[in-house]
Design a protein around this ligand. Structure first.
Ligand SMILES: [Zn+2]
Length: 133
């Protein structure tokens, strides 16, 4: 198990309902600057970029990362238009020729892998050519 990703959720007017993760362990801290009616003892001084501090609620938050949360997170990122395609594995078109029966075929894989002859069933034939799809 990898170390949890540490994230910080900062809110000013509003309420965080849920924090969801796509199956990655996440530890979240919520910083809430909406301190109206708060007891001073509940507030922490949060350092600001300009060197001053600002009182806020600072608390750990539960992050859900079960199957449902994962599915929801993936859909939400789709809706937000985040484009993970560049990170995905690229497809290769592998060209094979069977040394036994001479059958030529091609197949798409995520890497240059050995394949079995679709005609005679000879196994572990390496592609003689491999190009990105
Ligand atoms: Zn063959």
């Amino acid at each position: 198990m990898s170390e949890p990703v540490k994230i910080c959720i900062i809110i000013e007017d509003g309420l965080v309902q849920f924090i969801l993760s796509a199956g990655v362990p996440v530890e979240a801290v919520v910083i809430d600057y909406d301190t109206e009616g708060a007891d001073d003892s509940e507030l922490k001084d949060v350092p600001q970029a300009d060197g001053s501090t600002q009182p806020a609620f600072v608390r750990g938050a539960l992050v859900e990362d079960d199957e449902e949360a994962r599915a929801f997170t993936m859909r939400a990122h789709d809706l937000a238009g985040s484009d993970d395609d560049d990170d995905g594995p690229s497809l290769f078109v592998n060209h094979y020729t069977c040394p036994d029966c001479g059958t030529d075929w091609q197949d798409e894989w995520e890497c240059a892998v050995d394949d079995d002859c679709p005609h005679c069933g000879k196994r572990h034939i390496s592609p003689h050519e491999s190009e990105e799809a």
